[in-house]
Each structure stands twice: as C-alpha cells, then as structure tokens.
Design a protein around this ligand. Structure first.
Ligand code: 26W
Length: 826
C-alpha cells in the first residue's frame, strides 16, 4: 500500500494507519470466517487470514488498473494485450512475494510481533502452488512477475490442476510419488468466476458438405465440458499493475445422469461428470519426455479452446470488431503444448465470426508467437492422427487444410519437388500431427531461450523453416524474477547491495552491474563471504532437520539442483564424487577442505533410469556420510522434494553451481542464473545460457570444461566408444567399476552397463565418460581458486553484478520490443 503524503501526516504515521487498517481486516476475517481471534489464531489461520486480506487489496488495486486498461483501449492501440498461454505455471508460495511487492513486509512483521511470531512461521504454512514440472513452468511464473512489475497488460492462461507436481519421498533410495493436494491451503488465492465459463466440445459425429460455394459442416453428439475460470492475481514490485493468471477447471454441470440416479445406480449417475473432471485432476509429471496420452491432449485442448474463446470474446467486446485483432493482441504459446491455438483460432474466426480462410489465417499468424524450450527428440510432441481426428474432428479437419495449403505453397514457391524437405516440415506425416511444425507455421516469430539454443534451432531442428522464413527466427535469452530470487531469498545480500550501489537496482536491473566496481574492495569481499557463510549455516540447519546430516559450513558447498535427466548428467557429478571417495579411502589423511555435495531432483515417475540415478546418489551418500573418517571430509546430501520453496533456501547458500549438461542439450537453464545472482561460481559446459554467463563474467570468473556443442555432434557422427575412455583412465575405471559392487548394500551394475554395454542404444549416450577427465581437472582448478579467498570473493562479486542481464525484466523487454511490438501501459 504505497500512499502519498495525506494532509499533514508523516510517512510513519501513514504506515501506522495502514498497519491498523490491515490488522482490523485480519481480525474481522478471523472472527467471521475462522471463528477465532487474533490472540488465539494458529499460524495456519493467520496465514489464511493474511492471504485473504492481501488478496482483497490486490482486488482493489486490480480495479484501479482496469481503469487504466480501459483508458488505454480508448486511446486506441498504443499497446497490445498480452496473453501468455502455458500448461505450467510453477508459482511456489505467494504470500511473501505479495507482501514484498506491496511494501508491507515490515508492517506484517510488526503485527506478528504482538503474538511473538515470525513471518517465516506464517510463510511455512503456505503450500507451494506446484503447477509445473521445472524450467518451463518456473519461467512462466518469473515472466508473469516481470510483466506485472514492468506495467504490461498481461494475462496468463493455464489449467487449475487439483493435484500439482507429486511430492517426492525417498524410501531406501527409491523415489516414491505422493499426491500434492495443494488446494486446502492454496485456494485462498483463487478467485472463482463460475459466471464466466466457456464450453469446450470433444468427439462427435462430424461431416462436411458444400452449400452456396462454401464448405459447411455438421457436428453432432459431442461431449461438452465446461471450463470454469479460477483467477489468481499477479502482483509486481511497487507496480500499479495487477495482472491475472486464469486457471481453467473442467466441470460437467449438466452431466449428472438423473435417470441412473433414480434407479439407484449412483456410480453410473456420476460417470460423465467424473470423466470431465478428470481432465484437470492432475498435472502430467513429465519434463522433457513425451507422454502421448489421450488425457493430456484433452487437457491441451481444454486450455486452448477456453482461452482462445475468452480472448476473442473480450477483444470483440472492447473493439466491436475483430478486424484489427492482430494489431491489438499478442498470443504467446510457451512450447508446443498450446499449439492447438493455431487451428482453434482458425475455427473461431471462420465458424463463429464468418471470416474467410485467408483473412483468418492472416489474423492467426499475425497474433501468435512461439517459444521452443527443448531440442530433445523424445520431448517433441507428436499426436496420433487417429486420436486427434476422433477427439477433435473439426480441429483435425482444419489441420488437414493447413497441411494441404502448406505443402502446396512449399512445392510451388519454396522447395519445388523437394518432398524430403516438405514432408519433414509439414504438420501431418507418418500418421502423426507434428506439433512443433504446426506451431512454427502458425507463428510470426519463433524463438529459442539462449543464444546457443536459438542458433541450434536455425541450423538444425528448424533449419528448413529458417531457409524459408529467416526473419521469423530470433532469440530471447531466459531470465529470472531476481526480486524473488535475490531480494526476497537473500535479504542480507540485498541489503549489502543497497548499501554499496543504492537500492535502484531493485527496479532497474542494469544497475546491478555497478556492484562489479567493488570486486577488489576487501571489506565488501569480507561482507560477501560472511553473508554466504550465514546462508550456509541456515541451509545446514534445514539439512539437519530434513536429512539428519551435520554439514560443515566451512566445507565447499557444491550444488546440482534440477530435474533428474540423463542429459543433465547428474551421473557425471556422481562419478566424480565416487572418485573423490576412493581417493580418500586410499589415503584418509589427505589434507583438504571438506566438500559437501548437495543434490535436489525429481524424476518423471516412469523414467526408471533417472530413478536409479537418484538411488545411486542417495546410497552413495549413505555410505559416505556413515563412514566416521571419510565423512569428516566428504558429505553427500540428497534434498528430498526439490521445489520452489526449497530452491529459495538453497540458492543463497550455493558456492559452486553445477551446470554440466552435454553441450547442445540444455536449452537455457535458469537455475544457473539463480545461483549466479546469489554469488555462486559456475562449473559448467558451454551449453544453454552458460555460454552467455561466460561472456558476462569473463573466462576468469567461471570454470568451463568438456566438449563444445559442435564437437559433440562430430564425435557422435564419427562413432563414440565410451569403453575407450574407461580403459584409458584409471580413476574413471575405478569409479565405474565401483558401481558394480555398489554402495550401502545396493549394486548399480545396471548403470555400469548403461555406460559400457547397454542392451539397447549406444553406450553412455550423453558422453559422461568422455568429459570425465576434463571435468576433474577443471574442478581441481576451481577448488584451488576457492582457497584464495580474495580471488574467490571477487569472482563471486562479479557473478552477482553480471547476473543483471539475466533479469526476467530484460527478457520481457526483448519480447516486447522484438516479438510482441508493444509497450507497458502504466
Ligand atoms: C511433453 C512432455 C514435456 C513436458 C515439458 C516436454 C517438454 C517440456 C518442457 C518444454 C521442458 C522444459 O521445461 N524445458 C526447459 O525449459 C527451460 C525454460 O526455457 C529451460 O531453461 C531448460 O533448459 C529447458 O530444459
């Protein structure tokens, strides 16, 4: 609640009034809804009360912002409405973020002091909104934050999953999935808008016919599902804007079968409603591997259809026509999951508003832009044509026509007769709908998420499209909501920045770079070191609570936290740890600084190899941590249930950021940016945004190893033989052999054969063995650098400062300028 000076009141007096007002609202909620008082309320009740009060404040501020939005439309098209569509928004907790953005943190702290309670106790009551898997969903959340802080008129669209990403429990090293029932604590942020639902049609008997020179169709016996919106407010730091994330929940209000009910068959009576409600029951827990399941296609179409209907209806209501739709509207599809927007918008424009194919197509391509987030073949979505045709017959017919026209244009104007190319680019082929092709064809811009990744799109995955329409391809390097990941998560570092460079960096990300001037300042170095140590102590307490392990805050904290995946090569990290362990077993007296290796990672439930990797790390940790001698120098911690709220505690304590994917495979990475901005130094390959991190900090402030992306390609082409590396390097051979004997009583010979002689595919497909030697050498250089405390702290300072360019505000500036062609409205 930022207020100007009112009458003769001082700033302090105004704050006093605001605090009292907030407390009165809190008390009234506690009395009326919770039937308790401020004095008696539990932490849980106070959380819900505060969340409700804050939500109310955001609603008021949203009304103000709506006035600005309407004013903006009246001025006609000075800026566009941005619709950001994504299957995942990994928001995490909201209360802390909203209080920070509204400038009310201290005020609430004071109120809680009356109860001898801390804000942390209240924050701990809020479940994470885990409506996403990892990188993609967290990026979407960071972007909504930046869009709002920077004053854009933006709406996010997604699904209201009743169960978010599973909670991970580790039993004897094995990952178990527990449902994440987040709504009991999370629904305080949801504003139900049952009055504003949309109907979405599935299946049905479809046939086309010609009348008066126009194609017409009949669609009968469809299954209609209702998409009910649940809105969440998105706040931005000190911003006048309040945006919305609209989450669709599937319902079938009319589906209850009264006849079955009356005859006593209650199961049958509820069958239809249950099957509709299944659609938004649970988030698919897969990241970068394809799950070609019917229900997932239903989820995608429900989200797409409800969102597109909503967008078109709203734009029509404002402008009274859709003739300028593409000039007023941005629809951004985040990866291919919402790519059905292309045919769905065509359907709406043609069937509901009577536009011709050509006019509708111009609107679609003029409006949609698409970001690709992965080049992994197994993550590229392809749906069976038969499935699409039966579930979405009208949409399928439109895709067929897009395909027909596309092939015709390619064959007549672009690549005449080159059917190899044309078939590779087409939306339909081999009885599949190729979603990436559909997305590229239907978008005016296509971007990757780091410079390297965008180059790979142009040179490899989308090369033929690039030859056809080079001007559509561009790059926007990812960014993070640094007010969350630095200012809120690491308040001590944020205060040091306030003292040294002033607080303007909290709004102007470029200002953060000024901190580099202090890289050789001994007192600032000492301060940075002290803050890091305090954060390590704090994380140490959490590790003790959760894992029962004592970690030494003076040991080196090496962290790899991200989804578990072969291409991310947690296995390479583990092999090196095994090697360190063997070194210490041979000579436990080695004089070395203790090392703490920390992992956080969830595996897709059906990804068995990834689950075995988790088990390896956990068991290796058990054996090492229980060895009374070796555990003095080495510890391995697997943090269960890695999530946004765990990450917020982990990032500030990280010293070494492990970013060691096989070059060319990690599209960008964003954890690398979060660790960097908290002063960690990167140990990484030249992959994703690591390339740009290196450019930003210079070679002397990062540790790079391993093959480059083009070398990977060449080495694979020439025939990679993992066994050669195993045979030539004694340390590596010993580490790999140790897998067979295993750790803490568990053999990992399956992982050894994965590296040397698999029963399928090639040995060690992500080339851990080839990069092992360089990894070890460069890690040693890093550890030597760490012992020169002045040098290390100076590296840390440079990393913090140069993380400026990885602010989500910068990414949003880039999207607005180069892709969306729009501006903020406040
Ligand atoms: C169909 C299953 C599925 C689910 C999710 C396939 C692919 C995805 C996502 C697109 C994968 C993903 O999250 N990619 C990550 O996106 C981040 C944000 O751009 C990048 O930083 C990561 O490098 C990339 O792996």
């Amino acid at each position: 609640m930022k207020k100007q000076k009112i009458g003769d009141l001082t700033a302090n007096e105004i704050r006093d009034v605001d605090r009292k007002e907030l407390k009165v609202k809190l008390e009234s909620y506690l009395a009326n809804v919770m039937h308790t008082t401020f004095e008696r309320a539990t932490a849980e009740e106070l959380y819900k009360g505060l969340a409700t009060v804050v939500n109310g404040q955001l609603a008021d501020q949203r009304m103000e912002f709506n006035r600005k939005r309407i004013h903006n439309h009246r001025r006609k098209d000075t800026s566009k409405k941005i619709y950001y569509i994504c299957m995942e928004f990994l928001l995490g907790q909201s209360l802390k973020n909203h209080l920070y953005n509204l400038g009310e943190t201290e005020m609430v702290e004071e109120i809680l002091q009356e109860r001898d309670m801390t804000l942390e106790q209240i924050y701990d009551c809020e479940p994470d909104a885990g409506l996403g898997n990892g990188g993609l969903g967290r990026l979407a959340a960071c972007f909504m934050d930046a869009l709002t802080a920077d004053g854009y008129d933006a709406t996010g669209y997604s699904l209201c999953y009743e169960y978010g990403l599973f909670k991970q429990m580790i039993a004897d090293g094995w990952q178990m999935e527990v449902p994440d029932n987040w709504l009991p604590g999370g629904r305080v942020w949801l504003n139900a808008r049952e009055d504003d639902s949309f109907k979405v049609k599935f299946y049905g008997d479809y046939h086309e016919y010609w009348e008066d020179g126009r194609m017409k169709y009949n669609l009968e016996h469809v299954q209609e599902v209702e998409a009910i919106p649940y809105d969440m407010f998105i706040s931005g730091a000190d911003s006048k804007a309040v945006n919305k994330l609209r989450l669709w929940l599937a319902k079938d209000w009319d589906g209850f079968d009264m006849a079955s009910f009356n005859s006593g068959d209650f199961t049958k009576a509820a069958q239809r409603t249950n099957s509709a409600e299944m659609i938004t029951k649970v988030l698919y827990p897969a990241d970068n591997i394809e799950e070609g399941k019917e229900l997932r296609l239903k989820q995608q179409y429900l989200m797409v259809s409800a969102s597109c209907q909503n967008i078109v209806r709203d734009q029509y209501a404002i402008y009274g026509t859709l003739d300028n739709f593409e000039k007023n509207t941005v629809i951004h599809i985040n990866d291919t999951h919402p790519a059905l927007c292309v045919p769905e918008l065509m359907r709406i424009f043609m069937d509901d508003y009577g536009y011709s194919w050509d006019d509708a197509w111009k609107k679609v391509v003029g409006t949609i832009s698409y970001t690709n987030h992965t080049v992994l073949a197994e993550a590229l979505e392809k749906w069976n044509e038969g499935l699409v045709q039966s579930m979405l017959p009208r949409i399928y017919s439109i895709i067929q026509e897009i395909d027909r026209r596309f092939k015709e244009e390619m064959n007549t104007r672009v690549f005449p007769g080159d059917w190899g190319k044309i078939n590779y680019m087409a939306p339909l082929g081999e009885q599949k709908v190729h979603m990436a092709n559909l997305a590229v064809i239907g978008s005016h811009h296509i971007n990757g998420v780091s410079a390297l990744h965008s180059d790979i799109l142009k040179e490899d995955l989308f090369h033929d499209f690039y030859l056809w329409v080079p001007e559509r391809f561009t790059n926007v390097t990812n960014g993070i909501a640094y007010r969350r990941w630095l200012c809120q998560s690491n308040p001590a570092l944020a205060s040091l920045l306030d003292e040294t460079i002033g607080s303007s960096y909290r709004h102007k990300y470029e200002k953060l770079r000024d901190f580099a001037e202090f890289k050789d300042d001994a007192s600032v170095q000492a301060e940075v070191e002290k803050i890091k140590r305090e954060n390590k102590v704090r994380l140490g307490k959490l590790i003790k609570e959760r894992n029962g392990i004592d970690v030494d805050p003076d040991s080196l904290f090496v962290v790899q936290a991200k989804r578990m995946h072969e291409y991310k090569r947690q296995l390479l990290n583990a092999l090196r740890i095994i090697s360190r362990y063997q070194m210490l077993r041979n000579d436990p007296t080695i004089d070395m600084r203790p090392e703490t290796y920390i992992f956080g990672a969830k595996a897709a439930p059906s990804y068995y190899l990834a689950k075995h990797f988790i088990q390896l790390i956990v068991k290796l940790g058990q054996e090492i941590n229980n060895d009374p001698v070796i555990s003095q120098k080495l510890k391995v911690v697997f943090l269960e249930n890695y999530s946004v709220s765990v990450a917020e505690k982990l990032m500030p304590a990280t010293e070494v950021s492990e970013q060691i994917s096989l070059a060319g495979k990690e599209a960008s990475g964003t954890g690398n940016m979060k660790m960097m901005i908290n002063g960690a130094v990167t140990m990484g390959t030249l992959d994703g945004a690591n390339v740009e991190i290196r450019e930003a900090v210079g070679d002397e402030n990062i540790f790079i190893f391993g093959q480059k992306a083009h070398e990977v390609e060449q080495n694979l082409r020439e025939g990679y033989r993992a066994r050669d590396y195993y045979e030539q390097n004694d340390l590596l051979r010993d580490a790999v052999d140790a897998l067979e004997y295993g750790f803490a009583g568990e053999s990992f010979s399956n992982i050894k054969s994965y590296l040397l002689d698999p029963s399928y595919s090639i040995a060690d497909p992500y080339m851990c063995l080839k990069d092992f030697d360089d990894y070890c050498k460069v890690h040693q250089e890093l550890q030597d650098a760490y012992e020169d405390r002045a040098r290390w702290n100076s590296m840390s300072i440079v990393n913090i400062a140069e993380a400026a360019r990885f602010a989500a505000d910068r990414s949003i500036d880039d999207y607005a300028k180069w892709i969306w062609h729009t501006k903020p409205i406040v």
